[in-house]
Design a binder for this molecule. Structure first.
Ligand code: FPP
Length: 245
C-alpha cells in the first residue's frame, strides 16, 4: 500500500538512527574512512530535510558513541572537525527550516571550541518547532541511565516520565522528548550498540544493509512506510481479540 508523501500534519514520530557503514563504504571504494564520514554528513543533511515531510517531529542521530573514543586519533580528530563544520554551516539553515538542534551525551571531553559551538547552536535554534534534531555525541545509554539514577537515587516519588527527563538532561518545564517510535540502523548490523536503551523500550526496529552514505530520502520514506504498517501493541492485545478466549 502506498502512503501519500506529506505527513507533516500527522502525530509526530520520533525516529532514531544509527548511522553505520561510513568506514566500510569508503574502504570498499579505496578511500580513507574519513571520506565516508564526510559523505555521511551529506546524508545527515538529506535526512534532516526529509524528516518533517515524513511526519517526524524528533530525529535523534547517533553521531559519536562513548566507545568511539577508542578509534585511531586521526579519525576521532577528523570527526570533531566534521561536527564543528556541521554546526557552523548548518545552524542557519536549520533555523530557517524550523529545526531545533540539541546535543545529547557528555560534553566535557570535547574540545572547548566544539562545546561552545554546541551551546551556540542550541541557543540560536531553541525557538524552532518543526523538527527537533538531537545529535547524540559522546553518548552511552548505559552511562546516561547510570548518571540519571545517581542524581535521583533517593527520590521515591520519581515517575518514569520524570526519570526520562533526567536521562535526556532536558529542562523539566518544557515539552518532554517522546520515546523512540522507530529505530533505523544502516550498515547491515542488527544491534543497538548502547543507543537510547530506555527510550527504545517499545521502538519498532528497521535494519537495512545499505551503508549510511548511500542511504537516501527514498530509503527513509520506505522505513517510515514500513513502520506505519506495523501493529504496535505496547504489551496489550488488539481490540478485536480482547474478548476472545
Ligand atoms: C559509524 O560508521 C559512524 C560514525 C561513528 C560517525 C557518524 C558521523 C557522521 C555521519 C558524520 C557527521 C555527523 C554529524 C551529525 C555532523 P562506522 O565508521 O562505524 O562505519 P563502519 O562500521 O563501516 O566502520
Amino acid at each position: 500500500m502506498q502512503s501519500t508523501f506529506n505527513h507533516e500534519n500527522e502525530t509526530k514520530t520520533h525516529v532514531a538512527m544509527i548511522m553505520d557503514g561510513n568506514g566500510r563504504w569508503a574502504q570498499s571504494r579505496g578511500m580513507l574512512r574519513i571520506e565516508g564520514h564526510r559523505r555521511g554528513m551529506e546524508t545527515v543533511r538529506k535526512m534532516v530535510e526529509a524528516a518533517p515531510e515524513l511526519g517526524v517531529g524528533t530525529l535523534t542521530l547517533y553521531a559519536f558513541s562513548s566507545d568511539n573514543w577508542k578509534r585511531p586519533a586521526a579519525e576521532v580528530e577528523a570527526l570533531m572537525r566534521l561536527f564543528q563544520l556541521y554546526l557552523k554551516r548548518e545552524v542557519k539553515k536549520c533555523i530557517e527550516n524550523g529545526v531545533r538542534l540539541s546535543v545529547v551525551g557528555r560534553r566535557d571531553r570535547f574540545p572547548q571550541r566544539l562545546q561552545r559551538a554546541m551551546e551556540r547552536a542550541e541557543e540560536a535554534s531553541r525557538h524552532c518547532q518543526r523538527l527537533h534534531l538531537r545529535i547524540a555525541a559522546d553518548y552511552s545509554a548505559r552511562d546516561m541511565i547510570l548518571r540519571a539514577a545517581q542524581r535521583v537515587a533517593s527520590d521515591e516519588s520519581l515517575s518514569r516520565e520524570l526519570f526520562a527527563r533526567h536521562l535526556s538532561g532536558e529542562p523539566h518545564d518544557g515539552e518532554p522528548t517522546p520515546d523512540v517510535d522507530l529505530l533505523v540502523r544502516t550498515g547491515g548490523e542488527k544491534r543497538l550498540s548502547d543507543f537510547l536503551l530506555w527510550e527504545c523500550a517499545y521502538a519498532e526496529l528497521f535494519f537495512t544493509p545499505k551503508m549510511w552514505p548511500e542511504f537516501e530520502k527514498s530509503d527513509f520514506k520506505q522505513a517510515i512506510d514500513d513502520f506505519r504498517h506495523r501493529e504496535r501493541r505496547f504489551g496489550e492485545v488488539p481490540v478485536a481479540h480482547a474478548n476472545a478466549a
